[in-house]
Design a binder for this molecule. Structure first.
Ligand SMILES: Cc1cc2nc3c(=O)[nH]c(=O)nc-3n(C[C@H](O)[C@H](O)[C@H](O)COP(=O)(O)O)c2cc1C
Length: 460
C-alpha cells in the first residue's frame, strides 16, 4: 500500500539493521507497495493458494489441513478453525454460507482493519478457500459501517477479483463457483458477536440470538443455513497455510497455540501499532523491545492482554515473561482474546481507567436483556461518584454485587465482560479504590491534585 494511504504507522524496527524483527506474512503490504491491487497481489503469489487448493485438494482435505495446522480463531475464543469448519453438514443439497467477521469493535484491537485496508485480496482469497472447504457458494464480509474506507477497499477488490474470474462462476476454470458480498453494518459493538452479526446481516436489529441452534447447524446461520463465522485474521491466514503447508505454520508458536498472530499494542507505550509475531513471544519482548517500552520513561502499572474485555494483569516479571498464546495468558488468570494489548503506566488512575472502560460497555449494551442494560448503568453511576469524590464506603461491595448480578445472568458475553475491568482492578489495586472513597480524589495522575473530598450533597 502506498505511503499516502497508510493509516497505521509501521512500528519502528527493533533491530539496529533496520529490518523487521520477524518476516512479514500477514503484514506483507508494509513492504510491498500497492499489494491491495489485484495485479500486485498476483505478482506476489496472490491467489496461488486458491489455485493450488482447487487443483490439488478435495474440500475435506482442506478442512483436515487447516485442522493439522492448529490454526485457532483470532476473534477472541481461540476455537480450532478446522474443527469449526468440520461442523458444517456435508450434505450437498443444504445451502451453506461463510461470514467473515470484520466488525472489529473491541477497544484496543485494530489489526483486522490494517489487513483489510492494506491487503484485501489476502482476505478474499481466504474466504474463497473457506467457501470451497465447506461447500458454500456465497461468502459475506460483515464490516463495521464506520470503516467506510475499508469497505470501499474491499468492494473494489471484490470487483477486481470478479472481473478476473476469481469470484463468480467456475473460478479458475474449476467446478467451484462462489460470490462474495460486502455488507456494511451500522456500527455497534454487539454486531461483532456472531449471532447479532447474523441478525444484522439479514437486515434486522443487531440483537444476539439464543443458541442452539448454533450457526453451524441448520436453522442457526445466515437465513437459517449452516454458516461458518470467522474473524478476518483467521481467514486471511488460511491462504498462507494452504500455500506453504501445515508444518510451515506449526514451526512457530507453542504446542497448543500454533503459528503467528497479529498483536495490537496500544496505550502508554512508545511505539504502538500492530505487530506480527510467533505465538511464543512474551509480553516483555512486545512491550519493551518492539514497543520501545512504557512511554515518557515511566513504569508499567498493568496491562490488559486481549482487548478491553479481558481481566487486567499486574506488571510482574511472571506476567511479562508469559508467552502471548491462549494457554499462557489463561495460566496467569486472563485471556488472549483478540490479542489487543493495552498498556497502562504508573500515572494511570485505575478507578478512572475502569470507569472509562465500563462506560463503553454501558454505551454499547444492546438493551436486549435487563441485567446488562440496567446493570451497566448502575456500574457507571457508582464508579462515576467514586472517581469524582463522592464515593461511599459501601460502594465497593455494591460494585461487586451489581457486577455479580450481570455476569452469568446476561444474554450474551457483552454483559459478562462489563464487570471484568472492575473485579480485576479491585483485586489488584483495591487500595486505590479505598483512597478514592477516603480522600475523594485519585492516588496518582492529574486527579491526585484535585482538592480533597468535597462535602457536598450527593445524589443517591
Ligand atoms: C460483544 C462481542 C463482540 C465481538 N466482536 C467481535 C469482532 O468484532 N470480531 C470478531 O471476529 N469476533 C468478535 N466477537 C467474537 C465472535 O462472536 C466470534 O466468536 C468470532 O468472530 C469467531 O471467529 P474466529 O473463530 O475466527 O475467532 C465478539 C464477541 C462478543 C461477545
Amino acid at each position: 500500500m502506498s505511503k499516502g494511504l497508510m493509516l497505521y504507522p509501521e512500528p519502528k524496527s527493533a533491530t539496529p539493521e533496520g529490518k523487521p524483527p520477524f518476516p512479514y506474512i500477514l503484514l506483507k503490504h508494509r513492504e510491498i507497495p500497492d499489494i491491495y491491487k489485484l495485479e500486485v497481489y498476483r505478482a506476489n503469489s496472490g491467489y496461488a493458494a486458491l489455485a493450488k487448493t482447487l487443483k490439488e485438494y478435495k474440500p475435506e482435505q482442506v478442512i483436515d489441513l487447516v485442522k493439522v495446522s492448529g490454526l485457532r480463531g483470532r476473534g477472541g475464543a481461540g476455537f480450532s478453525t478446522g474443527i469449526k469448519w468440520s461442523f458444517i453438514p456435508k450434505d450437498e443439497s443444504i445451502v451453506k454460507y461463510v461470514a467473515c467477521n470484520s466488525d472489529e469493535s473491541e477497544p484496543g484491537t485494530c489489526s483486522n482493519h490494517e489487513i483489510i485496508d492494506g491487503n484485501p485480496h489476502q482476505l478474499i482469497e481466504g474466504i474463497l478457500i473457506a467457501c470451497y472447504a465447506i461447500g458454500s457458494k456465497i461468502g459475506f464480509i460483515y464490516i463495521r459501517g464506520e470503516f467506510a474506507r475499508g469497505a470501499r477497499v474491499l468492494e473494489r477488490a471484490v470487483e477486481e477479483a470478479r472481473a478476473a474470474g476469481l469470484i463468480g462462476k467456475n473460478i479458475l476454470g474449476s467446478d467451484f463457483s462462489c460470490e462474495i458480498v460486502v455488507h456494511r453494518g451500522a456500527g455497534a459493538y454487539i454486531c461483532g458477536e456472531e449471532t447479532a452479526l447474523l441478525e444484522s446481516l439479514e437486515g434486522k436489529r443487531g440483537f444476539p440470538k439464543l443458541k442452539p441452534p448454533f450457526p453451524a447447524n441448520v436453522g442457526g446461520g445466515v437465513y437459517g443455513a449452516p454458516t461458518v463465522i470467522n474473524n478476518s485474521l483467521t481467514l486471511a491466514t488460511v491462504p498462507h497455510i494452504m500455500l506453504n503447508g501445515a508444518e510451515w505454520f506449526t514451526q512457530w508458536g507453542t504446542e497448543k497455540s500454533k503459528g503467528i498472530a497479529l498483536y495490537s499494542l496500544s496505550g502508554h507505550v512508545e511505539r504502538p501499532g500492530n505487530y506480527e509475531l510467533p505465538m511464543n513471544t512474551t509480553f516483555r519482548t512486545l512491550i519493551n523491545e518492539l514497543g520501545g517500552g512504557v512511554w515518557k520513561g515511566r513504569k508499567l502499572k498493568c496491562i490488559i492482554p486481549g482487548g478491553s474485555s479481558m481481566p487486567i494483569l499486574p506488571a510482574t516479571d511472571e506476567v511479562l515473561d508469559t508467552t502471548m498464546d491462549f494457554e499462557g495468558v489463561a495460566a496467569r488468570g486472563s485471556m488472549l482474546g483478540s490479542a489487543g494489548i493495552i498498556v497502562f503506566d504508573d500515572q494511570t488512575c485505575i478507578v478512572g481507567a475502569v470507569l472509562r472502560l465500563v462506560e463503553f460497555y454501558k454505551d454499547e449494551s444492546c438493551g436486549k436483556c435487563t441485567p446488562c442494560r440496567e446493570g451497566t448503568q448502575w456500574l457507571v453511576q457508582i464508579l462515576h461518584r467514586l472517581e469524582h469524590g463522592h464515593g461511599r464506603p459501601e460502594d465497593l461491595d455494591l460494585l461487586l454485587n451489581v457486577g455479580g448480578n450481570i455476569q452469568g445472568k446476561s444474554f450474551c458475553l457483552l454483559g459478562d465482560s462489563a464487570p471484568v475491568p472492575i473485579t480485576s482492578a479491585m483485586h489488584l489495586f483495591r487500595a486505590e479504590f479505598e483512597y478514592h472513597i477516603k480522600e475523594g480524589r485519585c492516588m496518582v495522575g492529574s486527579g491526585a491534585n484535585r482538592p480533597p473530598k468535597r462535602e457536598v450533597a450527593v445524589a443517591q
